[in-house]
Design a protein around this ligand. Sequence first.
Ligand code: OOG
Ligand code: NI
Length: 451
Amino acid sequence: MSVSKDDLRAKFASALSNMYRNEVPQYGTLLDLVSDINNRDSKEISDPVQRRMEVERHGAIRLGKPEELATMRRLFALMGMQPVGYYDLTAAGLPVHATCFRSVSPISLSKNPFRVFTSLLRMDMITDEAIRFRAENILSGRKIFTSRCLDLIKELEHQDSYSSEKAKQLLQEALETFRWHKSTAVDSDTYQTFQDAHPLVADIVCFRGPHINHLTPRVRDIEAAQVEMRRRGLCPKDNIEGPPLMKWPILLRQTSFLALEENINFSDGSETNGKHKARFGEIEQRGMALTPKGRRLYDQLMEHFNKRLGDMSSEEKATSEFASNLLHQQFSDFPDNLETICREGLAYFHYHVANPQTAAETRGDIDALIRNGTIGIEPITYEDFLPISAAGIFRSNIGSACAKSQNTGNADKDAFERGLGCHVQNEFQLYEEIQKESLAKCLEELRIMPS
Ligand code: OOG
Ligand code: NI
């Protein structure tokens, strides 16, 4: 039996989940509560895909140098994941930029949607020259892939599928890269120096590998999960990131339990008693992918919301209910009705022929075909990330030290792509293509010439 790229991705996500559950028991608690919520009203759901909706949807790693990113691209390519989108996080005071490795075809996504938010340290954002030099020095000798893993990548990267033996070996070797190392390679003074520069720098530079820092299953009711986390002794972040709860969900809503303070050792174990905060668990709920027009509206409303929240007194802000009400108010300007969203071109849709008999009434006008029910529409799910939400997740999980640090945005997509060794794909274009293709298929079925 051969293993396809989609199979390998699913196996990888599942192996990662098992490993992370062992490393971080709280993550197991999160998976349990998510499963309870997802299955609460679903006794009658027989579709196994629906039943297992809590399989992990994404994870995240932070890399130190461009070569690591380039090899990671080749490894993820074996699992059918390609770099999509560029995220500049310097605007939020974080010295990293990132992409999302994910599958791009609807068929692959439906088989397994696992993706990895992968960030790369921005050396040029470390302003202290001595610290930057030290970081570069430490990273220059770091090897995050086993040599067997590198051999397997070389051997398998021109194949479409793999023997089950080779797939098993690859998974085993690849997991080593994502594993937690309790002891840092550096001494405690060096760790502290990097920690003072920025907690992210310490998390990236001091360890032997880019430990997976969270995994994220999908939950049906994120509000309920927030309450349940508290009840089961996990400490959730104050607010859910992203848009408010809507009848027609858009983009991505996410929340997490805060990173644990874990015991670490320094100097390969000879110095003990260190503490490090990096690893957490997250949950997400995905809605429809927005067009650039819809996204502009979303960004604008978020900006207004953040401004108004900033103007509030600290007592008012202290209640998370207050913030969520304010967010809800702000988003009253975003249509919460599928026909309106479609008509105004705010989101991407998958079209299908619902009722061919009524086509003749419309003279082939697409809006009319939708209005009279000839063509049915289904929103396309958002498969990417949101930079402001990501910044919120980063920030709540690396300690408050850098919560206030301000930087002006300083995107450098070219440098990122040079490191990666290819261009990142444009997420809007991918959704647009899926929409276009589905519409062309409808018109062909209805024998309407596209105008
Ligand atoms: C990544 C944070 C971003 C998300 O869901 O937005 C992310 C990190 O903390 O490394 O995973
Ligand atoms: Ni995440």
